[in-house]
Design a protein around this ligand. Structure first.
Ligand code: NAD
Length: 487
């Protein structure tokens, strides 16, 4: 926490601090009290940032991949140098338990390191056997790219979208979320310290409807990356369409675990609990649906109840199992959805009023609804809280129908020891990532990630993110016909 009365943290444009007349209060979700204040950037600051990025573009793009990679690698080193401070900042800013914030910080460093490495092996194709012509492809950066970031994993998602864009030679304008902007501003500062030229990475904190909308609509932006909710994704995509620029949308999910009767429940239970509690369920890929075969349903529910009874709830920096939600608004949203779902029966495990939570801050307890109606809101819509909806199935076909029964398709998990069943479900599940006897894989830096259906389009992470941040240029050169000999 900074001293009260300190100036709001400014925008970072063209390598210098740019204050704004108004500021945004940033609250600590674990206490509900003021944590810091940041600049409230708007259309003017976005315009200034786009101009700075455009001016920096020729120089950054003109560098060798090796030279750009050096700056990225150094940024990763500086993130690791400051890991304790960054993790502490992220834990206060988002409310996530400190161990999760530390893991996020390590993953953020890894994005810079990974893209520093792979960009040097990212090359085009030579097209074979064209009589009289030689043809090849080049990956070229878009130019100035816009990045709109959510509050749930600012460090991790910030690094995930920034690092590949920078690696291939784009210059960036980044708009962090108003609820948790602090760590993205720090990454901007660390990248400058690492030697990134001024203007290559500009960070403009501000409100979604102001700075976010101005960035999405700016005619000087050549590619947009948006990570956030479906309704705002629609608006950003519409703005991009008006400027005829591509957009990558990473939106929400309602990701299922599919548990077959032969699953190893010793593995299932802790993984389901972790996937439910991580970041208080405010994870786009949260495992928020549990689809269980009738044969193992009661046993699994009993084990889940025992595991959730042991969950310790408290402020992020206290580093327990479950921290608060991000804001009073998010708490009201989760409470409203749970009340609407409760009906007469209420949740089977946990739930508000039954599990004590700290009096201060925006806490919500783990809550499990059992045998939900697949048509109900709680079974179809993203809650973005520690809330699980379970359904029972009789065979693999019914499991697939349930799993694919929402508009989303971000990730899914299959729990079985039978290889044939696993292969069948992997092919049938509608999701951008499918795990077998696992859920998530650390940060998954190397694993292409993105949605089917309303979870969005475009891919982040892995090699595919480099392609996402580039456009292909095909080059054709006339050469002497084969057999014609030297001229
Ligand atoms: P949000 O859509 O409200 O906000 C995301 C970002 O968009 C913020 O920076 C916000 O300021 C900005 N924004 C808001 N209104 C805007 C507008 N009109 N124009 C341009 N920008 C605008 O989402 P959120 O509440 O911050 O995050 C929660 C949602 O994000 C969930 O639905 C979650 O699933 C999704 N999410 C998806 C992924 C993924 O990778 N698929 C990752 C994290 C979060």
């Amino acid at each position: 926490m900074r001293e009260s009365g300190a100036d709001p943290r400014p925008c970072l444009i063209d390598g210098v601090a740019v204050p704004t007349p108004d500021a945004i209060d940033v609250l600590d979700p674990s206490t509900g009290r003021l944590l810091d204040r940041v600049a409230r950037g708007g259309a003017a600051e976005i315009d200034q940032a786009v101009t700075a990025a455009r001016a920096a573009y020729a120089g950054w793009r003109g560098r060798s991949a090796e030279s750009r990679a050096g700056v990225l690698r150094r940024t990763g080193e500086l993130i690791r140098r400051d890991l304790d401070d960054l993790a502490d900042l992220e834990s206060h800013d988002t409310g996530k338990p400190l161990a999760q914030a530390r893991a996020d910080t390590g993953v953020a460093a890894r994005y810079f390191e990974y893209y520093a490495s792979v960009v040097e092996a990212f090359f085009g194709h030579t097209l074979p056997d064209l009589d009289g012509y030689l043809a090849w492809t080049r990956h070229e950066p878009y130019g100035v790219t816009g990045h709109i970031i959510p509050w749930n994993y600012p460090l991790q998602i910030g690094a995930r979208t920034m690092a590949p864009a920078l690696a291939v030679g784009n210059c960036l304008v980044v708009k962090p979320a108003e609820e948790a902007p602090l760590s993205v501003l720090r990454i901007g500062e660390l990248a400058l310290e690492a030697g990134l030229p001024p203007g290559v990475l500009n960070v403009v904190p501000g409100l979604g409807a102001e700075a976010g909308a101005a960035l999405a609509a700016h005619p000087g932006i050549d590619h947009l990356s948006f990570i956030g909710s479906v309704p705002v994704g629609e608006e950003v995509a519409a703005a991009a369409a008006r400027n005829i620029v591509p957009v990558a949308l990473e939106l929400g999910g309602k990701s299922p675990h599919v548990v077959l009767p032969d699953a190893d429940l010793d593995l299932v239970v802790p993984t389901v609990v972790r996937a439910l509690l991580q970041n208080a369920g405010q994870t786009c890929s949260a495992g928020s649906r549990l689809l269980v075969h009738a044969e193992v349903h009661e046993e699994l529910m009993g084990r889940l109840e025992a595991a959730l009874a042991a969950v310790r709830i408290g402020p992020g920096p206290a580093d327990l199992d479950l921290g608060p939600l991000i804001s009073a608004r998010q708490l009201a949203r989760v409470t409203g959805m749970v009340e609407a779902a409760a009906g007469t029966a209420g949740p089977r495990i946990g739930g508000p009023g039954r599990v004590p939570t700290p009096a201060e801050g925006f806490f919500f307890p783990p809550t499990v609804f059992d045998r939900v109606d697949p048509a109900a809101e709680i079974a179809r819509e993203e809650v973005f809280g520690p809330v699980l909806a379970t359904s029972v199935f009789k065979d693999a076909d019914e499991a697939v129908a349930l799993a694919n029964g929402t508009a989303y398709g971000l990730i899914a998990a299959v729990w079985t020891t039978d290889l044939d069943t696993a292969h069948h479900l992997v092919a049938e599940l509608r999701a951008g990532q499918v795990y077998v006897n696992a859920y998530g894989a650390g940060g998954g830096v190397e694993l292409p990630f993105g949605g089917f259906g309303k979870s969005g389009y475009g891919r982040e992470k892995g090699f595919e993110a480099l392609a996402e941040m580039c456009q292909t240029k095909t080059v054709v050169m006339r050469v002497p016909p084969r057999g014609g000999g030297p001229r």
